[in-house]
Write a protein that binds this ligand. Structure first.
Ligand SMILES: [Zn+2]
Length: 107
């Protein structure tokens, strides 16, 4: 999974305070462990900052034999991001104390 896809996903979410969509340049990827990504987002309108954890699963690679064009394959890849999981983690993190070192452990 690439950071640009994570940011693209986050940009589709809205600020809980004012409903503004997040801007890609206001989304920082803090780090990730396997399928779980941690991000810090800043609302460009009301400047509310929040921490987000997203579980983003990559689907199985398309098989080599396919009728899809390369563009269509790229589009289907984007759709494999599971938005429901992101929203669930987003709510979970409302009470998170921000101690990411505990989540990532010593490097
Ligand atoms: Zn806002």
């Amino acid at each position: 999974m690439e950071e640009r896809l994570i940011k693209k996903l986050m940009a589709s979410m809205k600020c809980e305070s004012c409903g503004q969509h997040y801007e890609v340049y206001n989304i920082d990827v803090i780090g990730h462990r396997e399928d779980m990504w941690f991000l810090r987002v800043l609302c460009s309108v009301c400047h509310t900052q929040c921490l987000v954890a997203a579980i983003v699963k990559e689907g199985e690679k398309p098989s080599a034999i396919t009728d899809l064009t390369e563009t269509e394959l790229n589009e289907s890849e984007d759709k494999l991001i599971e938005v429901d999981d992101v929203l669930a983690m987003h709510n979970f993190l409302k009470d998170f104390d921000g101690d990411f070192s505990r989540l990532f452990g010593p490097e």
